[in-house]
Design a protein around this ligand. Structure first.
Ligand SMILES: Nc1ncnc2c1ncn2[C@@H]1O[C@H](COP(=O)(O)OP(=O)(O)OP(=O)(O)O)[C@@H](O)[C@H]1O
Ligand SMILES: [Mg+2]
Length: 311
């Protein structure tokens, strides 16, 4: 649905986006994760037609954004990373104002705004001044604002930044609801684990490049070239470690705490169950034996560090 091809953006001599390509099929949530200055906001603004690319193309359903902005604007909902002053508007008035910009009138406008406030859980704040909302509430209102014209592509620049843990969970819930409504979503964050459980595809960006993209599982596989397990034992930790190390396909065995082992292995689920059986047959009192997603923060650091070295 959204296709970015060889996108470049220079600010003077500085190249902020460098030959970036990505594809988001309809109905997917694409997580754009990268450190400060990686080029996320720049890319998102180009997608929304707020910045002009130096070179490269952006297509929505194969229509070139740069030549068809008027038609496509109504299909894009953009939530910026910073949002400005609100003057003396109340929450409902604020949304109605944005709806009116999109020429949504009368009863329909009333319904759209009411439904959106419900979606972002701000119905009980409809008559308070926007300025008095907490930061997290303002962010939810800003998300509602980006939805007034019922766009099918959402470009959300760090929608959860600065939110407390509960508000982050709620924001994720809202995004899941939007996905279930069929929206296609490009969402950015600095935090890979936060996006991992929400997004169907992740793209790791640094210095204007996509370093790696795919499902979380694919990225874990690419980085570790193996699966990761965590084993907890009641005792006999050292014996368990020794048994695991007998297998050439168990490539890394570390103890993590008194009774915990983390190991990487090259193999499938059958191999994993054979490992468990071997431990138990050797009278190792196994308490738990789990496949791990991998420490995503660790993966993120690894990907950005390794790739940086090779650029
Ligand atoms: N208007 C501008 N003029 C010059 N340089 C800019 C401009 N806007 C952004 N840059 C530079 O381009 C690079 C990418 O910035 P961008 O805002 O896209 O990064 P980001 O990934 O969104 O970072 P953050 O996580 O901090 O939001 C940065 O090095 C930034 O300094
Ligand atoms: Mg940014």
């Amino acid at each position: 649905m959204l296709k970015i091809e060889n996108l470049c953006k220079n600010y003077g001599a500085f190249q902020a986006v460098n030959n970036l390509s990505l594809h988001i099929p309809k109905g997917e949530i694409f997580g754009f994760v990268g450190p400060n200055g990686a080029g996320k906001t720049t890319t998102m603004k180009i997608v929304c037609g707020l910045l002009t690319a130096t070179s490269g193309k952006v297509f929505i359903d194969n229509i070139d954004v740069s030549n068809n902005l008027r038609t496509l604007k109504s299909r894009i909902g953009y939530m910026p990373d910073f949002f400005g002053v609100y003057d003396d508007l109340k929450v409902m008035e604020y949304l109605e104002f944005y709806a009116s910009i999109y020429n949504i009138k009368g009863k329909e406008r009333e319904k759209v705004c009411k439904d959106l406030l419900e979606l972002v859980d701000l119905s009980d704040k409809k008559d308070v001044y926007v300025d008095t909302l907490s930061r997290g509430m303002k962010q939810r209102l800003c998300l509602a604002r980006s939805l007034v014209h019922n766009p099918d592509l959402l470009v959300l620049d760090e929608p959860a930044s600065g939110m407390d843990p509960r508000a982050r969970v709620e924001m994720k819930e809202i995004l899941r609801t939007l996905k279930s409504m069929g929206k296609t979503i490009l969402v950015s964050s600095h935090i890979l684990p936060e996006l991992a459980e929400l997004c169907t595809i992740i793209g790791i960006i640094e210095k204007g490049h996509i370093l790696m993209s795919g499902t979380v599982d694919e990225i874990v596989q690419k980085v570790y070239h193996s699966q990761r397990i965590r084993i907890k034992v009641l005792n006999k930790l050292e014996e368990a470690v020794r048994i695991l190390k007998e297998y050439p396909d168990v490539v890394e065995v570390n103890t993590a705490g008194e009774n915990t082992i983390e190991a990487n292995f090259k193999g499938d689920d059958a191999f994993m169950s054979a490992l468990l059986m071997r431990l138990v047959q050797n009278n190792i009192p196994v308490i738990s034996f789990n496949a791990l997603d991998g420490n995503l923060e660790d993966i993120f650091m690894k990907v950005t560090a390794t790739m940086e070295a090779s650029i």
